[in-house]
Design a protein around this ligand. Structure first.
Ligand SMILES: [Zn+2]
Ligand SMILES: [Zn+2]
Length: 759
């Protein structure tokens, strides 16, 4: 062990699961696959399709919409390449669109289809980086365009007249990695696809949709929601798989820490990032090609730089072969890293999920997961990167010090014995639907015939848009009244990406999501880029620029915020006597008001500094429960706020068990007497304008969700609460007050009442 921690690590493995190798089921080529395509595939080592590939391809060839939902590296590409390339080869004017959630994946697909397609197909990538001159050529000559939903939304649909010939001949729309279209983003993309279908219909085409998804619960329903069409699902994986040893790993408690030196005096485990960095360094020092998936952009930087530092002492020449990879890097930088990993020049890469959906990385020996990636589907997607033919692979899930990860490493059946979640998206969200109706009207006036396409909510939303003056109703339909195009950002957060610029040199280091800017690049924040540490001097929200300078302080920064919440309306509720369970609309105001500086090594709080940032408002959907004060157990009467607050934190931490979200998609608020309910209340809300379907899932699965929450708290070995149970890393209140025992007692009351109500 490079880190010299061999003695302590043995106790870290909480469970080992052996996933056996699987033999593949090959079938003959479908009759209609042209000889030329078979030969080119054979040149690339594909001699026959696996069963699931042929099955999905056959459905699509006959014009049926289909989703193929199988594991990573099961060759989903061939399932759509077969029918699409065969069709383009036999119908010399036919066209097709390929959509991927990331540019990296589209670039990878482009390389692949260029090698496979007839020369008349002229496959072309079309994204924000495509030069103008090239765009004209692509519109005129390319028959297979590889792009992304954002480009379809901003570049192609608004200029559909320029694309008329291409769209008239459109036979296939391929939607790769469609499980990425979840939550608000998924709802946006669902409407972009409806807009595409509407424009195609106007030009007389009705393309067949082929979707590829990671393993996901109920893919036919999700694909149907996404496209608005009936979709058949192919889920039986016929590809071979290497055997994988899957270990669950809980970092050890930090030894020798003075209680005063630790935030909230709670026992703290060694961070998952440090553990992962050590494991990565160990693996690389043994020549094991390893990919470490890290939740945050910052985390990826930390893991790479700590691993490099560890290797630097022991095997200096290997330190250069470890790097970080994440969204927000500039394109050239990402391409270079992808090439280096594929070629083996890099042995270790710490990546965010920007790579999960990225290039087709093969030949990895091990995958490390620093923290639960939020969904089982993601976990299997990431784990699936490990394993080359005929060789055993290793996967290690390293728990972060939070309730969900801790619950999972001690309840392996929740990982290995559970079907993956269905992907949640909600095209009915009026905050998403409204803007897309404006886009659609700007593309071509909406007619009554279009109402059905956009769903049940359409009529009401149209009335509101007319009342607001965005659309005008005429006898022939609804017209966009604006002069330009409606400005709609599919990535949900609204506003411009904030650029991070080094003040002294003017160098653009990367970008950060506008919704996260207040939290990540507020003045004084420590920001890491490729292992270099920067401190933010200034955040200019009007120009969407954060100015930074290089500096390596020995502290980290943690924002503090203040949240207010008002109930707007109740959609549905369960009357459980002293307990009420509600789903409804709420208005949330959140303001980042300051930040703490903490020692890098001990997490000791150095000081708290104020910030002057504007409040942000959110109209969204929440689930909440109320408890009559008389029903509260006597022993928590003294600290009701602490008990509710602790229950809120753990409940938010465990919500990803029942909904495809992560805790950063969700907010919470608890109070001993909320002005709108008059009694002790805990709110958990979708952190997205208009909601994303998460709170709704929580409401529907409330018993399972709160039971797991209670278990996670009750089983935690700590005495008064710790990050593994009731502490939250995003608490804007510094994790105060918290009452662990009180939280269990409160949840017992809630669960008991819900059980009684169901009888
Ligand atoms: Zn605990
Ligand atoms: Zn809190």
């Amino acid at each position: 062990m490079v880190s010299g921690r061999a003695a302590t690590t043995a106790g870290c493995v909480t469970h080992v699961e052996r996933l056996p190798a699987r033999a593949g089921v090959g079938v003959p080529w479908p009759q209609w696959v042209p000889q030329g395509l078979r030969e080119r595939l054979a040149d690339r080592g594909v001699v026959a399709p696996w069963r699931h590939q042929a099955e999905a391809a056959e459905i699509a060839w006959r014009g049926g919409h289909v989703v193929v939902a199988t594991g990573t590296a099961s060759g989903k590409s061939l399932a759509y390449q077969m029918p699409v390339l065969a069709r383009l080869a036999t119908e010399t004017k036919a066209t097709a669109i390929y959509l991927s959630p990331t540019k990296a994946l589209a670039a990878d697909q482009l390389r692949s289809v260029v090698a496979l397609a007839d020369e008349t197909v002229r496959p072309s990538g079309y994204d924000g980086d495509t030069p103008t001159a090239e765009r004209d050529w692509i519109r005129q000559y390319a028959r297979l365009v590889l792009t992304n939903p954002d480009m379809l939304h901003r570049g192609i649909l608004p200029r559909h007249d320029a694309w008329a010939t291409f769209l008239r001949r459109l036979r296939y729309v391929v939607i790769d990695e469609c499980h990425a279209y979840r939550g608000v983003f998924g709802s946006h993309v669902a409407h972009v696809l409806r807009r595409l279908r509407r424009i195609c219909a106007r030009y007389g085409s009705e393309p067949t949709f082929i979707l590829a998804s990671a393993t996901a619960g109920d893919p036919a329903t999700t694909a149907g929601r996404l496209t608005g069409l009936p979709v058949a699902a192919v889920t039986e994986d016929g590809s071979p798989r290497a055997g994988v040893t899957f270990a669950l790993w809980e970092p050890p408690p930090l030894p020798g820490l003075d209680a005063d030196g630790v935030v909230d005096a709670a026992p703290v485990r060694r961070s998952a990032l440090m553990e992962t960095a050590d494991l990565l360094a160990d693996a690389v020092s043994h020549g094991v090609r390893t990919l470490a998936f890290v939740r945050s952009r910052r985390g990826a930087e930390v893991v790479a730089s700590v691993a490099r530092r560890g290797l630097g002492h022991a095997v200096p020449e290997l330190a250069e072969r470890v790097a970080a990879y994440r969204g927000g890097y500039l394109r050239d930088e990402r391409r270079a890293l992808e090439r280096a990993l594929v070629s083996g020049e890099l042995l270790g890469l710490a990546a965010t999920n920007a790579l999960e959906l990225g290039i087709d990385v093969a030949g990895l020996d091990a995958v490390l997961l620093a923290g639960y990636p939020g969904t089982l589907a993601s976990l299997w997607q990431q784990a699936g990167r490990a394993g080359r033919a005929g060789r055993e692979a290793l996967c290690v899930f390293v728990a972060r010090d939070d309730p969900l990860d801790t619950y999972l490493v001690h309840h392996p059946q929740a990982l290995f014995g559970r079907p993956v979640e269905a992907t949640v998206l909600d095209p009915g969200n009026p905050y998403v639907l409204g803007p897309h109706l404006c886009c659609a009207a700007a593309e071509l006036p909406l007619t009554p015939d279009d109402l059905l396409l956009f769903g049940d909510q359409t009529e009401g939303v149209l009335d509101a848009l007319v009342a607001a003056g965005a659309l005008r109703r005429r006898p022939t339909g609804w017209y966009w009244t604006g002069t330009g195009r409606p400005d709609v950002d599919l990535r949900g957060s609204g506003g411009l990406e904030v650029s991070i610029v080094e003040a002294a040199t003017g160098r653009l280091l990367g970008t950060v999501d506008p919704a996260a800017a207040h939290v990540q690049v507020h003045p004084g924040a420590v920001h890491l880029h490729q292992g270099t540490s920067y401190v933010v001097d200034q955040l200019d929200l009007d120009d969407a620029v954060a100015l930074v300078h290089a500096e390596e302080p020995d502290w980290t920064t943690h924002p503090r915020d203040v949240t207010n919440l008002g109930v707007v309306s109740v959609t549905s509720y369960v009357d459980a006597g002293p307990v009420g369970l509600f789903l409804g609309e709420v208005e949330v105001t959140n303001q980042v008001v300051g930040y703490q500086r903490r020692r890098l090594t001990t997490r000791e709080v150095i000081d708290t500094r104020p910030l002057d940032l504007p409040a942000r408002e959110l109209r969204t959907v929440a689930v909440w429960w109320t408890i009559a004060p008389s029903a509260l157990p006597d022993d928590v009467e003294c600290d009701v706020p602490g008990a509710l607050h602790a229950a809120e934190h753990a409940a938010i931490g465990l919500l990803p068990l029942v909904a495809t979200c992560d805790r950063w998609d969700i907010g919470g608020l608890s109070t001993a007497a909320h002005p709108d309910t008059g009694v002790p209340t805990v709110f958990v809300y979708d952190g997205h304008q208009g909601g994303a379907g998460f709170a709704e899932r929580a409401y529907l699965a409330a018993s399972d969700w709160l039971t797991a929450t209670r278990t996670a708290i009750a089983e935690c070995l700590c005495e008064k609460g710790c990050p593994s149970c009731v502490h939250s890393p995003k608490c804007g209140n510094g994790n105060d007050p918290l009452d662990k025992a009180g939280a269990v007692a409160v949840l017992d009351v809630v669960l008991g009442a819900l059980r009684d109500a169901r009888r």
